[in-house]
Design a protein around this ligand. Structure first.
Ligand code: ATR
Length: 294
């Protein structure tokens, strides 16, 4: 890729604001898209130290950056420094994409639309589903907000049951039909026997290097899951996915969500239409980069 990369006076820059940023896959996604589309655009990571988020956002705007992604731990912290906020990002309370507008950046959340596109690509249909969300942190919150208008029921299972309850109350306060309820992770046996769920795994349990772990080990739990969607992508097949498949369910990792949140951000920045063929090119490049990293 580097050979054909052209940097000149017309090159537009997009960046990633986060801490850390060293293991990000986003440069692979965006630089592949720019290269294949023949756009004079380069995407680079920016490691921003705590306390410098405002300067980073204002500096990025002042330097005429076309757009930015925002990653951990700044997805909420960045919000006060934006000119405008997309309604979905506002509801989720987290922004991962900044788009240049007159006088400042507008904040979007492309993580959740990215997850919806990934569901679609994998043939997972959340509409009318009974959904289990494992975890009650920031990612779980975003997933619950997004599914609150789609799923028929959302059960939030978390180690700390108070956090699950708080999230469930928040979702029910906003959604018209109070679809959410909370459970302690250890109470999963109270799930009605005979029901089969779409489970979205949002905790970091099972992520490299702790690849031998899953939030729940008992095979009986996995018999209640028809589809297990783990938002972890390293390793590509988590223990949660393995247990889901062994119990007869379908299992997917978070790599496609990562791809699509990037594709949607790129579309916001450039106005380009990313075709299925182009998505495949970026997806292949991501998988290659990950294999090289390991
Ligand atoms: P994120 O923004 O990625 O969601 P987070 O807000 O720190 O990160 O949330 C992490 C989630 O993983 C929480 O739901 C956490 O459970 P607690 O609320 O009980 O802390 C869950 N989690 C982390 N380690 C866990 C473990 N070993 N077992 C079960 N759940 C775990």
């Amino acid at each position: 890729m580097r050979e054909s990369m052209r940097i000149d006076g017309y090159t537009r820059t997009c960046g990633l604001i986060g801490n850390p940023v060293e293991h990000t896959m986003s440069p692979v996604i965006h630089n592949t898209l720019a290269q294949v589309l023949g756009q004079n655009l380069v995407y680079v990571p920016f490691h921003v130290q705590p306390g410098y988020v405002r300067q980073a956002v204002e500096g990025a705007y002042a330097l005429n950056l076309l757009g930015c992604n925002v990653t951990v731990p700044y997805k909420s912290e960045v919000i006060p420094f934006l000119k405008e906020l997309d309604p979905l990002a506002e509801r989720i309370g987290a922004v991962n994409t900044l788009v240049r507008t007159e006088g400042g950046f507008k904040g979007y959340n492309t993580d959740m639309p990215g997850l919806l596109r990934a569901f679609e690509a994998d043939g997972v249909r959340p509409a009318g589903e009974k959904v289990l969300i494992l975890g009650a942190g920031g990612v779980a919150r975003a997933v619950a907000v997004m599914l609150s208008e789609l799923a028929s029921e959302i059960i939030i299972l978390n180690r700390t049951s108070e956090k699950a309850q708080k999230l469930s109350d928040e979702i029910n306060a906003c959604a018209k039909r109070r679809p959410a309820r909370a459970m302690s992770l250890s109470d999963w046996r109270q799930l009605p026997a005979g029901e089969r769920y779409l489970a979205v795994q949002t905790t970091n349990v099972g992520m490299f290097p702790g690849v031998e772990e899953a939030v729940i080990e008992d095979v009986d739990f996995y018999r209640r899951i028809h589809t297990g969607y783990d938002l972890i992508f390293n390793p590509a097949r988590t223990r949660f996915m393995q247990l889901t498949e062994e119990a007869g369910g379908r299992a997917y990792n978070g790599l496609k969500m990562l791809l699509y949140q990037g594709v949607i951000a790129y579309e916001h920045w450039t106005g380009a239409t990313v075709t299925a063929e182009l998505e495949e090119r970026a997806y292949t490049a991501m998988k290659q980069a990950m294999a090289i990293e390991k």
